[in-house]
Design a binder for this molecule. Structure first.
Ligand code: BGC
Length: 445
């Protein structure tokens, strides 16, 4: 039987949540509107027109929820700070009540002997800043720096583990190019600017934390997916390579001082040109203590001439008749090993933490029990690969499960359940799933 002690005593086991997905209390206690509050008002953007207004009501229930983190045996609690709770207008006046809320969450963690990991940005930009151009505005760095400085000064004495951004590829592409996430934009120039500002922000945020927080451990997270070419044909291999650049290399390489990937790829030429990237190698670099990698699935790619720029398309797991989750994401633990290997191969990566991994299934509550066998199997397989990676000497030092409890899953609304704890969104009743109990026995003796 797999057990956490096989990973050594110092391995960090954690669980992750995010402000916009869990907190609720969206218009109370001085909080300003975020882009997700606004986006959810647009008909048809979110399944069942769901709103993030109440979510899991973590704002009022954090004490009980942290007791659950403790009960399941996790040592680390990763959560994010809602920018518009601290600065309702994004800049300017500080909301003291918002600042106090995170002090209370942090104090509660420390009291319970749980290590708090703060994520500074998990996708919920203040709407007031979006009105000024959001991530595509070159003022973004100035705004973000203010926000980070406030957080560092407030919480830096108590919190030593900091994550600057959550998945910049996620929020720039889905939010500023594909229009599927807030703020729902679909514009190439906006996308290019958002990428560059996110790359600069991840490094600048790191420098600010380093300056204000003594003995900080600083990381940032990257989404990643192993990209597999559908065939040996030159066209498919080239398509997979382009996708790999976008999904896996675009944000980490500038952080490591390598600037944006240089490749025979029109999109990258546009990016280099639009951002005058050659001027920024140093400003885009930061010496992170660890990188967070967030992996859910690999993708299989073939050439497609009708898709602009990338000229590639993925072949769904269902079509390929391989196992997949309720969101259609391929389940493939060997690929998890290989993606860790890929990121560990960068010379300047000092340490890797898997800051998110988990699975969505159709959970059914039957007589007070959620027997989510599929999710348990998923974790068993992925953790087995993780153990192999660790044993093979890859520099992986922690793993955080996504997620503590079912929550607001962005444009999927409340129907896509990833939690170790089931949430009835009408009553806010929490029920530990069998996968939650599985984690408890995996983590405790
Ligand atoms: C995000 C989470 C999200 C999860 C599952 C990650 O990309 O960071 O916020 O809920 O994936 O989709």
């Amino acid at each position: 039987m797999l057990h956490s002690n096989q990973f050594g005593n110092n391995f960090l086991w954690g669980v992750t949540i995010a402000a916009a997905q869990n907190e609720g209390a969206y218009n109370a206690y001085g909080r300003g509107t975020s882009i997700w509050d606004q986006f959810s008002k647009r008909k048809g953007k979110i399944k069942n027109n769901a709103k993030p207004y109440i979510a899991c009501d973590f704002y009022h229930r954090y004490k009980d929820d942290l007791l659950l983190v403790k009960a399941l045996g996790f040592k680390v609690f990763r959560f994010s700070i809602s920018w518009s709770r601290i600065l309702p207008e994004g800049v300017g006046k500080i909301n003291k009540e918002g600042v106090l809320f995170y002090h209370k969450v942090i104090d509660e963690c420390l009291q319970l002997n749980i290590i708090p990991f703060i994520t500074l940005y998990h996708w919920d930009l203040p709407q007031a800043l979006e009105n000024e151009g959001g991530w595509a505005s070159h003022q973004l760095i100035k705004w973000f720096s203010k926000f980070v400085t406030i957080c560092a000064e407030e919480y830096g004495d108590k919190v030593k583990n900091w994550i600057i951004l959550n998945e910049p590829m996620g929020f720039t592409s889905l939010g500023y190019m594909l229009g599927k996430h807030a703020p729902g934009k679909t514009n190439m120039v906006t996308f290019l600017s958002a990428i560059h500002n996110a790359v600069l922000a991840q490094a600048e945020g790191g420098r600010i934390i380093r300056h204000y927080v003594a003995n900080a451990t600083i990381g940032t997270t990257f989404s990643c997916s192993e990209v597999i070419a559908n065939s040996d044909k030159q066209q498919d291999i080239a398509a997979a390579n382009r996708m790999d650049i976008l999904l896996n290399r675009l944000f980490i390489e500038p952080a490591l001082g390598m600037n944006y990937p240089n490749a025979d790829f029109a999109f990258m030429d546009k990016l280099h040109l639009h951002t005058k990237a050659w001027k920024y190698t140093e400003r885009m670099r930061f010496d992170f203590d660890f990188i967070g990698i967030q992996n859910y699935f690999p993708i299989t790619i073939k050439h497609s001439s009708i898709i602009p720029f990338i000229q590639a398309t993925d072949i769904k797991a269902k079509t390929r008749k391989v196992p997949y989750t309720a969101l259609g994401w391929e389940i493939n633990a060997d690929s998890f090993y290989r993606i860790i290997q890929k990121f560990a191969a960068y010379e300047n990566v000092k340490s890797i933490i898997i800051t998110e991994n988990g699975a969505c299934f159709k959970d059914e509550l039957k007589q007070g029990i959620i027997d989510d066998k599929d999710r348990i199997l998923y974790f068993e397989k992925y953790l087995n690969s993780l153990l192999n990676a660790k044993m093979d000497g890859l520099k992986v030092d922690g793993y955080f499960a996504w997620t503590l409890m079912d929550n607001f899953e962005w444009n999927e609304g409340y129907n896509a359940r990833f939690g170790l704890i089931y949430v009835d969104f009408l009553t806010q009743l929490r029920t530990i799933k069998n996968s939650g109990y599985w984690w408890r026995s995996f983590l405790t003796n």
